[in-house]
Ligand binder design. Structure first.
Ligand SMILES: *Cc1c(COP(=O)(O)O)cnc(C)c1O
Length: 737
């Protein structure tokens, strides 16, 4: 789609900049910059304070910078040199023809990309349309697809107010609030038609016609299209359809899923994009299969049942939820109000239509399940770790009554993380030095990571220490701001200056505060926890961050208990919680901690990815054997962990109280007997040699497996282009330390 000769927002911005800085606009409008090593200074150096104020938004910082400051930068040879070399790298990246995918799957083409649908995308903190792991995974998926040259477009929703923002009041209770996303100031482009008007698609939602416009943001070579119903010509209620991520009740939820699924397919058609594959990342997008079918029926005049097989052939599905209650289901009443007109268009009866989402056929009271619809309409389905694959097959045997559990057609592709995004620039620089200039393009190769052994202990240690100091400074800054904002006492505000100590063993725990993640497990036995944190010779400290969903009272109570601990006299400087968790704080945490803690109720963590981010920075995992850690954790002949620790080992019970006790005791024991002694065991130079050995093992064993380049190559060879499965050798042998 062209803008009919009109300038794109990037071009408009570029015209306002001094000549030597004009290409900054191209960088600002493509999130590629956010995974370069230069990301730390490129835009921030324009105006560090304003950079904070505008939420690290590159388009906004350029718009708001004074011409005086811009011309100052334009005559700074250091800045210009850095910019020119980055622009050269960017141009080369965007033009690259000889990509991984062009070698292994030349039959894929930009004409027929993979359309990747997801309700949330976590690309960067300046585009706050994500809530947690699912969104971050989707963002990392697009970034690696771009790096590997996989033709892909993303489809999502542009939420006017995104996910809620978090503030904690004086009693430690979470207060939720919302902030408007200023779309026109963000690195987004509103797609226009040939008349220069916003390109729109129409949908029938709750018996009203809703017009939806489409924004585009660039993630390297991948375009992410985001749908937005906030238009003046819509009913005021419908303008809020894309208001909030996971904000409303079942009614809002189904409406948003109609916009994502059905609207998403219509948007692709309007954009002239004809995907080869529709990838439904989680069930939220499953209605898209119906719209693909409806359009095909319209085009060919065939019945739904005649086109069904060809639609299945084009759709694939990834499930992320290991409990039945986590899958979206909609009542018959809701389905009537949203789809009564639609099944008529599909020439299906209500019964035929409802059967597509029914777990059990022939039961008129069965609600409509999005996962059921996705499994029926997709040729391939996968869970997100080996264990989650098992759990999913077991959960969905009901749909395949003639098959045994192990024959249920749900496989698994274990999640990963985008290495350049989550590796601290200071570590990336170290890898460039010891693993090679091109390390970022070779992250799936274990031989490359084996060279981590060549990094001198001292060098790894000082870099890690810098990142830990950075985390502590960030924590102090944020906690201080929160205390000021709550109007706490002067002493309490000043006390943040001694909060946490860079020489103390530092644990991180950050993720959504869903009760199953047991955020306060480490505090379960108060006496023991005080002894561990306050140990005079071998103290431990912990930094928490995370939001509880606004409707999740139990999650909010967990946060409140942690906040009580932050004020506890015996351990005041050893426990901190950073409010309003986002990608930026997430990066600081995974890059700066010694140990990453993960203690979900097994097997409820389908994969988990934050622990994988830690590995790229030399952090070590201490986790329940759930999700990806079942595949990552390795033990030596003595049964002890070689590249991290396992909480609770193999003791499982269905009694939650008992399980919490077993797991917390196991965690305390690990901290007291293994983790702290190892960390504080120093040589004459004060270097913890054995600890560094384990840091290196954590990097070497996990990095080549749990990255999204490996994950994307699995999706390409097993799901997107299965014909090539035998010719690609994407997963390399596991590295054994
Ligand atoms: C990685 C990440 C998550 C996912 O964490 P889990 O370990 O999967 O629970 C959530 N939120 C943010 C901001 C992240 O960066």
């Amino acid at each position: 789609m062209t803008n009919n000769g009109a300038l794109t927002p990037a071009q408009q911005l570029s015209k306002k900049l001094p000549q030597a800085l004009q290409r900054l606009a191209d960088l600002a409008y493509n999130y590629w910059w956010s995974w370069t090593t230069e990301r730390v200074s490129l835009f921030r150096n324009i105006d560090p304070e304003q950079w904070e104020n505008c939420g690290h938004n590159p388009a906004a910082i350029l718009e708001s910078a004074s011409y005086e400051r811009l011309t100052q930068l334009a005559e700074d040879p250091f800045y210009i040199k850095q910019l020119q070399s980055l622009v050269a790298e960017f141009d080369q990246y965007m033009a690259l023809q000889d990509t991984w995918v062009s070698r292994v799957a030349p039959q894929t083409s930009q004409e027929h990309p993979i359309a990747y649908f997801c309700a949330e995308f976590g690309i960067h903190e300046s585009l706050p349309i994500y809530s947690g792991g699912l969104g971050i995974l989707a963002g990392d998926h697009l970034k690696s697809a771009s790096d590997l040259g996989v033709p892909m477009v993303g489809i999502g929703l542009l939420y006017r107010q995104g996910y809620f923002r978090q503030r904690l009041n004086r009693s430690g209770w979470q207060e939720d609030y919302y902030v408007d996303n200023p779309f026109s100031k963000m690195p987004l482009e509103l797609i226009k038609n040939d008349q220069g008007e916003p390109l729109t698609i129409e949908l029938e939602v709750r018996q009203r016609c809703v017009r939806v416009q489409i924004w585009r943001t660039q993630v390297g070579r991948v375009s992410l299209y985001l749908l937005d119903s906030d238009r003046e010509d819509n009913d005021p209620i419908d303008r809020w359809l894309t208001g909030h991520l996971y904000g409303g009740n079942q009614d809002t939820r189904i409406a948003q899923e109609v916009v994502l699924g059905i609207g998403g397919v219509r948007a692709l058609t309007a954009l002239g994009i004809a995907p080869s594959v529709y990838h439904l990342n989680e069930g939220h997008a499953a209605f898209c299969t119906l719209e693909v079918a409806r359009q095909e029926m319209e085009r060919t005049g065939k019945s739904f049942y005649d086109v069904e097989a060809s639609i299945r052939n084009r759709c694939v599905f990834t499930t992320h939820t290991p409990v039945p209650a986590g899958h979206d289901v909609f009542s018959g009443d809701l389905m009537d109000s949203y789809f009564a007109h639609y099944w008529v268009q599909m020439k299906l009866s209500r019964e035929q239509f409802m059967a597509l989402g029914a777990r059990r056929l022939g039961d008129p009271w069965e609600p409509f399940g999005m996962t059921v619809l996705a499994l029926r309409m997709c040729r391939a389905a996968n869970g997100v770790s080996e264990l989650h694959g098992h759990v999913s097959r077991k959960m969905w045997t009901i749909l395949y009554p003639d098959r045994s559990e192990d024959k249920v057609p749900i496989g698994h592709i274990t999640n990963g993380v985008h290495a350049p995004t989550w590796t601290a620039p200071l570590m990336a620089d170290l890898y460039t030095k010891y693993l090679g200039e091109d390390w970022k393009t070779r992250v799936i190769h274990p031989e490359m990571w084996a060279k981590v052994d060549e990094i001198p202990d001292e060098e790894l240690w000082w870099r890690h220490h810098v990142l830990k100091e950075r985390l502590i400074a960030h924590t102090r800054f944020r906690v201080k701001k929160a205390r000021e904002q709550r109007g706490e006492s002067y002493e309490h505000i000043q006390a943040t200056e001694t909060l946490l100590d860079p020489h103390v063993l530092t644990i991180g725990f950050a993720r959504r505060f869903s009760p199953y993640k047991r955020g306060d497990l480490i505090l379960r036995d108060a006496q023991r926890a005080i002894k561990i944190f306050g140990n005079a010779e071998r103290p431990i400290q912990i930094v928490f961050a995370g939001k509880a969903h606004p409707a999740d009272e139990e999650g909010k109570r967990i946060i409140q208990r942690i906040m009580e601990w932050c004020r506890h006299n015996a351990i005041q400087n050893r426990v901190a919680l950073i409010e309003d968790y986002d990608i930026y704080t997430g990066q600081k945490l995974v890059q700066g901690v010694d140990v990453w803690l993960n203690n979900p109720r097994r097997p409820l963590e389908a994969s988990g990815t934050s622990g994988q981010k830690v590995c790229f920075n030399g952090g070590i995992n201490c986790s329940v054997l759930d999700g990806w850690w079942c595949e990552g954790y390795q033990t030596g002949p003595d049964g002890k962990g070689l590249n991290g620790w396992a909480i609770g080992e193999d003791a499982h019970t269905s009694d939650q109280e008992v399980q919490d006790r077993i797991d917390s005791q196991s965690l305390y024991q690990l901290l007291e007997e293994e983790i702290a002694p190892l960390y504080y065991d120093r040589d004459a130079d004060g270097i913890p040699r054995r600890w560094i050995q384990m840091m290196k093992a954590s990097i070497k064993t996990n990095a080549p497996l749990f990255n999204t380049d490996r994950m994307i190559s699995d999706y390409v060879s097993q799901v997107y282009v299965p014909e090539i499965a035998t010719s690609v050798v994407p997963i390399l042998a596991k590295v054994i330390v």
